[in-house]
Each structure stands twice: as C-alpha cells, then as structure tokens.
Ligand binder design. Structure first.
Ligand SMILES: [Zn+2]
Length: 475
C-alpha cells in the first residue's frame, strides 16, 4: 500500500494526491474498525438443547450441591476458599452466556479433580491445587469447569436423559414445574449427579476446552496451561488407575492441537502473558503444610455416588410404579430410575461406581426388555429366549454362573421362568441375581433382582413381593 501511494504522489496532479490521502484515511479507518476484531477467529459456542431454564440450572445445582456437600470432605478453609473465589470470579467474568452466581469451594481430597454443578457450584480438590505447577494451570482447570457451566452441559445431558419423562416438553417446549421438580429431585440425589450431570461426552469436553482456553487468554494467562495440565494428569496416570478426572472428563482427540489452534484463532499468545502469582504459590505451600487428607480418592468416589455404606433395609411400605408396559409395587424407600425403556429400582446406595466409571447395581431390581432371535425352527420359546439372555448377560459378566436352573413360575399372571444366577458383586464377594423372565409380544421381559450373597435373605421377601405385584397392562 505504501508503495502505491508514493508512486501516485510522485508524478500526479494535486487532485489525485488528495484522493491518495483519502486512501490513507480509509485505510486507517479500516484498521481501526478491525482492530477490536483482531480475535474474530474466536470459536463461538452456544449451549445445546435444554428444557431447563438457566434459573433451573441454579436451582438444580444448589440442591445437588447440598447433597454433595453432605458427603464431600470440604476443606472449609477461609483462606483457600477466598483465594479460589477471587480467582474463580475473575475467570467466570469472561465466560460467555448467562451470568451464574458462581461459588468456589476447596475439597480436602488428595486426588487431582475438580467438578462443577449446573448454575456455577464449583469444587476444587486440594490435590488439583497441589499438582498444578502454577496459577495458569489451576486457572485452566477452573476455566474448563466454568466452560461446562456456561455451556450448560449438565442440564443438556439431563435433558437428553430425561426428556421422555417430561411429556409436556416434547410438545410445548415448556416443562411443567411438577414433572421438573421430580427430575430435579432425582438428579440432585447422588446417582444423578454422578451419572448424568458430571459424566461428560467428548464433544462437551472439546467445548469446555475451548472455553477454558478463551478464559485463560482473556485473563492474560498462558492459554496453553489448561491443556498442559491435562496432559500432565494423563501422563501421571499411565500404568496406574485413571483418576476420577479422566472418567468424568474423557479426553477429546488431539486436545493440545485444538487448543493451539484456538490460541491461533485468538491471535496468538497474549503479549506478556502470566503463568504464576505469589498468591498461588502461597496457597499451594499452605496446603502442602497441612496434614494429609483423611483418605484416598476411591473413598470419596464411592461416597459421591451415595454409596458410603450398606443401603437401609427395604421398607415394608410399598408404592406403585406404572408405565405403558408394566405396573409393579416397590418399597417406598427405593427410587425408580428409568432410561431407554430400562427401569432400575434401587435403594439409595444400591448403585455404585465400577472401575471404568460406569454405574453398577449392587442392591435392587432391573426391569428391561430383551429381543431374542428365533431358534433354528423359526420359533421363540420362553426357555430358549431365557437361555439367550443368560448367554448375553454372561458376556458382560464373565464370572456369572447359573446356580439354580429354570423353574416354572408365574409373573403378572403369565407363564414365567425363575433362574438363580450368581456373579461377582461390585461391593463385596459374590452376589445373587434372581432372574424372572416372561415372553411377551414385544420380547422377553426380564426382572433381575440383585443383592450381595450375604444379604440375600434380607432382600428375598422384598423381591418376591415386587414380582408378585407385577401386572402387564392390556395393550
Ligand atoms: Zn470436562
């Protein structure tokens, strides 16, 4: 541009020179207009499908945080919490979308973890602060969590998991407060927190990474620090057990590359970016000087799932469950979780976390549908279908064995088979799985009643009563 100007200025009349000066000012205006948009390449992200309102995110988050705090060993340290809050608020101020009433609390747990409930209730394990090399890394973890809150990943997942329970929503786009209240109560209980609100997809992870990176950038931190910290966690967990962090936040592909790409979109590394602060070093030293936390992470992990001890005895009072395909009665201190046409009916503490982060039933009943293929005569019989089901169960439970073979019984007024299986219990020793199967037009309906071997006698009568109460509504 400069070259063109000097050429036209050299041998041209005044008029043209004037227009040349106009060109300069046009260029300047152009530059000024574009200067604030230097980071126009920023990836813009919006929350996905959600039947909850942002206010309901806060309501749900508050309830779930109360539930979580009954079990979490909070640090309750004013110094640590006020540091986390001042850092966290600064970061959250740069988050896109809805303004949530963020609060940050330290947890006296040595495992490297942090998690956020909808509406901005954020918890940082002491282990994460102690493992971070500098403030930018800690800010990266917190920025990532803030990304989950801002993009409403928890209630987006809950929407997908529970949409069918909210029939109004499917049509009107409005969730009745009654049905929503029920869902919020279920979600706020331990199992919902762990299996729905905090178990993110890789896509959610990718998005939270981008927001975390943007937040670091906007706060003038080294925007690579978040991804560096995650790589460090991963490297340290190689060979050992993956920390809870990795099962809740599955690694998106090419994490570092996509972070670097976003840094590039933002216009490169901020000039004079900072990585550390005296406050961070002080808090880290302070935590390191404290006595170690009471117990390892696995204990926390269990208690986060509401599995701190054996579930309470099954109540003698029963309540009814009714759907289009089945009706039954179950103890009034159990809950029903319904997902993809599978019912899980269990006491609090009856569902525990497995090694790979999945939920396992230790106490309770699963009601589900198995679609068997035909036998070699082109028929489906109750016995054949039941054998196929048991084969399939044994594929995912290799240590499962048949303890007592099929016996003819009746369930819901229909011919049924009762089979007693045994398997490894996710809580201790072996478990009994009492399987009842009924052949229906839609497939093989099965009831799997699960309890550790030692507690079988205590639960047997409950299982009998539940199976006795089964009715299949006429369709
Ligand atoms: Zn995450």
């Amino acid at each position: 541009m400069g070259l063109t100007m000097s050429e036209s200025a050299k041998g041209t009349p005044r008029r043209l020179r004037k227009s040349g000066r106009d060109a300069i000012s046009v260029t300047l205006i152009f530059l000024l207009l574009f200067a604030p948009l230097a980071n126009a390449g920023r990836t813009k992200l919006k929350p996905g499908w959600n039947l909850f309102s942002p206010q309901q995110d806060v309501e749900l988050g508050r309830k779930a945080s109360q539930e979580a705090e009954r079990q979490l060993p909070l640090l309750n340290d004013r110094r640590v919490d006020s540091y986390l809050n001042s850092l966290g608020r600064r970061l959250a101020d740069r988050a896109p979308g809805e303004r949530y009433p963020y609060q940050f609390k330290g947890v006296n747990d040595a495992t490297i973890n942090a998690f956020a409930l909808p509406g901005g209730f954020l918890y940082v394990h002491r282990g994460a602060i102690e493992a971070a090399d500098n403030e930018a890394q800690l800010a990266g973890v917190m920025g990532h969590e803030i990304g989950h809150v801002a993009l409403r990943h928890g209630t987006n997942q809950a929407t997908k998991a529970y949409a069918w329970q909210l029939p109004l929503a499917a049509f009107g786009g409005i969730v009745g407060s009654d049905s929503l209240g029920g869902v919020i109560a279920q979600l706020a209980a331990g199992i919902g927190v762990n299996s729905v609100l905090l178990r993110y997809s890789r896509e959610a992870e990718r998005q939270a990474d981008l927001i975390g990176t943007q937040i670091l950038y906007d706060n003038n931190y080294d925007p690579r620090a978040m991804a560096q910290f995650f790589e460090k966690i991963e490297a340290e967990s190689k060979g050992g057990r993956a920390p809870q962090w990795l099962s809740d936040h599955p690694n998106p592909e090419n994490r570092m590359q996509s972070v670097l790409k976003e840094v590039n979109n933002l216009g490169g590394l901020p000039s004079n970016y900072k990585t550390d602060s005296a406050e961070f070093r002080e808090i880290k030293r302070y935590l390191q000087s404290m006595p170690p936390p009471p117990k390892g992470g696995s204990q926390q992990r269990r208690s986060r799932q509401g599995q701190s001890s054996k579930p309470p005895r099954p109540s003698d009072r029963y309540q009814s469950f009714r759907s289009d395909s089945v009706e039954l009665r179950y103890p009034d201190n159990w809950r029903v979780y319904e997902r993809n046409s599978t019912l899980t009916i269990a006491p609090d503490g009856g569902i525990v976390g497995g090694e790979n982060g999945q939920n396992l039933l230790a106490y309770g009943v699963i009601v589900s549908l198995f679609e068997p293929r035909q036998d070699r005569h082109g028929r489906i019989t109750l016995e054949y279908a039941t054998d196929l089901l048991i084969d399939q169960l044994r594929e995912s439970n290799p240590r499962m064995q048949v303890r007592r073979d099929h016996e003819s019984v009746r369930v819901g007024g229909q011919p049924a088979l009762s089979t007693l299986l045994e398997n490894d219990s996710p809580v201790s020793g072996r478990e009994n799985v009492w399987l009842a199967t009924v052949l229906r037009a839609e497939g093989l309906v099965y009831f799997a009643c699960v309890v550790p071997e030692g507690d079988y006698n205590e639960y047997r009568r409950t299982f009998e009563k539940l199976l006795d109460s089964v009715r299949f509504p006429a369709s």
